[in-house]
Design a binder for this molecule. Structure first.
Ligand code: HPA
Ligand code: ZN
Length: 334
């Protein structure tokens, strides 16, 4: 496309990427060997190519999550987490990412015996290296998961508070993710209420598979950003409110296609959001599983919608303005 070089050159901010979702089949096999961990017995783990092939046929969010959680078993030591984060930041840097806000799932690691400190220690080392060697600014967002008991989330939240990692700037915000439809919409009400008082920035996965009431519940609980949020278009009034409040949606087009939330990128409501004045950024979600990093997502949007330079500038500017960074950093990125 004629705008390819322009899109590649746009200074990008990524707001929706799970570090565990950057664990490629290659790295799964490498870390399994390094740590002497047997791979799952499911025959899709026979080789890198059989595993990669399986990723092309996810049937739903939960079908994907099964493989996402299986893959994590190879992460054991602090260095594994640091290497995983570093592999993502290098790729992001080559895609023109200048600032990245990245999710991680400490509950899931704790559930399989890896302490909070190991996970945060490794991921924050990867962040520090990206800041120093690539000039990328980074933010770690601790994500609660909806498929485990809320007490497990409370346990991790207590560790975050006790560690003073928020005050120290090691962890910058909180999110929630995993299975959307099923568990109570407001299961993290108490945690979010406490975190809001402490001034911790809050986001939430909502409106990916779930209807717009998942979005309104997340906003009611204190989220100031919505991850995915594509089903917002089904509630005109709520969409007007989100536009008026300037709430950012972190849209992930290739993820939506792979998880069958939409049939093609053309169905992602990019035009509708632009017309309604809803702010959004374009992101990769789980690039190792969904067949593309952030630039692939930008290009897929351009292919589907043929946006003009002005529209791209609006998207890029909103993604800087809504980043969780000080004004001085925004000024550098704009
Ligand atoms: N949705 C919900 N949970 C997730 C996702 C997602 O797209 N990726 C990783 N965890
Ligand atoms: Zn996600």
């Amino acid at each position: 496309s004629p705008l390819h070089d322009f899109i590649k050159g746009l200074p990008k901010c990524e707001h929706h990427v799970h570090l565990e979702g950057c664990l490629t089949p290659e790295l799964i096999f490498e870390l399994a060997a390094r740590n002497g961990i047997p791979l799952p017995t499911d025959p899709v783990y026979t080789s890198i190519s059989t595993l990669s092939k399986r990723y092309e046929h996810f049937t739903s969010l939960d079908d994907f999550l099964h493989f996402y959680f299986e893959g994590m078993a190879v992460l054991r030591n602090e260095q594994d987490f640091a290497d995983l984060a570093w592999s993502y930041f290098q790729k992001a840097h080559s895609d023109g990412v200048h600032h990245a806000e990245v999710f991680f799932d400490p509950q899931v690691h704790e559930d399989r015996g890896i302490p909070y400190e190991t996970v945060v220690g490794g991921f924050s080392k990867g962040c520090q290296r990206a800041e120093k060697e690539l000039g990328l600014s980074t933010r770690l967002i601790l994500c609660f998961v909806r498929h485990l008991p809320v007490d497990s989330a409370k346990g991790v939240y207590d560790e975050l508070v006790a560690s003073k990692h928020f005050e120290a700037g090691v962890v910058h915000g909180l999110g929630w993710s995993s299975s959307e439809v099923g568990p109570p919409k407001d299961m993290f009400r108490d945690i979010y209420a406490d975190a809001k008082v402490k001034g911790i920035p809050l986001t939430a996965h909502a409106g990916e598979e779930g209807d717009p009431t998942y979005i309104s519940t997340a906003l009611e609980l204190g989220a100031t950003r919505i991850d995915h949020g594509i089903r917002l278009v089904e509630d005109e009034e709520l969409m007007k409110r989100v536009a008026r409040q300037g709430t950012l949606l972190t849209v992930c087009p290739l993820s939506n296609v792979r998880l069958r939330c939409v049939k093609s990128v053309k169905e992602v409501p990019i035009r509708k959001f632009l017309e309604a004045g809803v702010k959004f950024s374009i992101n990769s979600d789980d690039p190792a599983y969904f067949g593309g990093y952030i630039l692939d997502n930008y290009c897929a949007v351009q292919e589907a919608f043929g946006l003009n330079v002005l529209e791209w500038r609006i998207i890029a500017e909103n993604s800087v303005q809504e980043s969780w960074i000080p004004d001085e950093r925004k000024a550098v990125l704009l």
